[in-house]
Design a protein around this ligand. Structure first.
Ligand code: COA
Length: 206
């Protein structure tokens, strides 16, 4: 019995060591990519960074980035957390105290701002762009349609449920909750629960 416990705790210790190491490598990568980050940045696992020169990525104090399914309580992670900017005008801000979990954030040409103390549950995708124009079909793969890109703003204290997709131009008001598996394509006011595809307001908390 004792040996079993010993084995269990050695594996846990080894895993913790690996998380710490990959977190440190990610931080080094943040520095190499000129990403500004505040104090107490806690990274568990490796983060995919693809940062266009002169774009801006700011990570405020006390942000946690989980990028390993083992550390993710509610779900598995489909991918590591990914932060990507695709042009000099792209900008991503992660507010103080916010937590990401295998989150994919891609700013093609506009701003994506996540407020303070937000909980972004596993596998959420946030983007400012459709990346293609819907019409005419022959132009979809050749014309980028950057003029259709729009800022995304998530207010302070929002809770975004797992497997949610937040599309271009969406503003989510502070304190709001987005139910798991939602697709948010329109603004959501503050202090409410919204869910579904497309996300609809279900309840106003106050
Ligand atoms: C958002 C959530 C917390 C709301 O829980 P709740 O306050 O108990 O809400 P209820 O279950 O009372 O649901 C209220 C209404 O919203 C609907 N609803 C709730 N979540 C929904 C969802 N994800 N998609 C669609 N509809 C949803 C319910 O069907 C219900 O509709 P009705 O009034 O017509 O019956 C919960 O539904 C949820 O999504 N949990 C997952 C959270 C998560 O991702 N956690 C990961 C760890 S951070």
């Amino acid at each position: 019995m004792k040996i079993q416990y010993l084995k269990y705790f050695s594996i846990i210790t080894l895993q913790e060591g690996i998380f710490t190491l990959t977190g440190l490598i990610s931080k080094l990568n943040f520095k190499l990519k000129s990403i500004k980050y505040g104090t107490q940045l806690n990274i568990i696992g490796g983060v995919i960074l693809d940062i266009y020169p002169e774009s801006r990525v700011i990570i405020e104090d006390n942000v946690t980035i989980i990028s390993n399914a083992k550390r993710c309580s509610a779900s598995t992670l489909y991918s590591k957390t990914k932060i990507k900017t695709l042009s000099p005008s792209s900008a991503i801000v992660i507010g103080e105290g916010t937590g990401l979990n295998g989150t994919s954030i891609t700013s093609r040409s506009k701003k994506i701002i996540i407020g303070k103390n937000c909980m972004i549950a596993p596998n959420t995708i946030i983007t400012d762009s459709d990346f293609h124009i819907p019409w005419p079909p022959e132009n979809r793969s050749v014309y980028p349609g950057c003029e259709r890109d729009v800022d995304v703003i998530i207010g302070n204290n929002c809770w975004i449920g797992m497997n949610t997709i937040i599309l271009k131009g969406v503003n989510i008001g502070e304190n709001s909750v987005i139910g798991a598996g939602s697709i948010v394509n329109k603004d959501i006011p503050p202090n409410c629960l919204a869910a579904g595809n497309p996300a609809q307001i279900i309840k106003q908390y106050k």
